[in-house]
Design a binder for this molecule. Sequence first.
Ligand code: DQA
Length: 163
Amino acid sequence: MSKKSNKHKALPIYLVNGPNLNTLGTREPEIYGSTTLAQVEAMAAERAASHGYALVARQSNKEGELVDYIQEARTHASALILNAAAYTHTSVAILDALKMLAMPVIEVHISNPQAREDFRHHSYVALAATGSVTGMGTFGYVLAVEAAVNLLKTRASKKGKSQ
Ligand code: DQA
């Protein structure tokens, strides 16, 4: 009987951005910088590719659509990088969707919400995230790709050892 090859292509890393992040580059540049979302996605895709991962980028201003993307990641992604923007601080629906994921979840914020208004100090996303990158500007997305790849490698080597 022919043995099936264990070699399979890794699922892509999902990058999901929430409300108002489509306006990156022009939105409050003193806080969020001048890099556009397209540039952020290209930077993250380039870094993911350097590690052999494709990157799927999604953005929505709508909470339900973000839930849909997270559910899509459940079966189509190997890791999720999420900047839920303002929904970070309000959305139980996003938290519930994240709780269904068994993969690394990296929370990203361009600014440092802890150093801003009180209402930004609480994150529902953090309750389900593996870790977070905050306050590093848009370069934080590249750091998040590095973190996701590292977590995937660690998980793969642990799995290999237990087999
Ligand atoms: C943000 C921080 C949030 O508090 C804010 O609502 C955003 C962007 C950030 O990337 O710094 O929209 O997630």
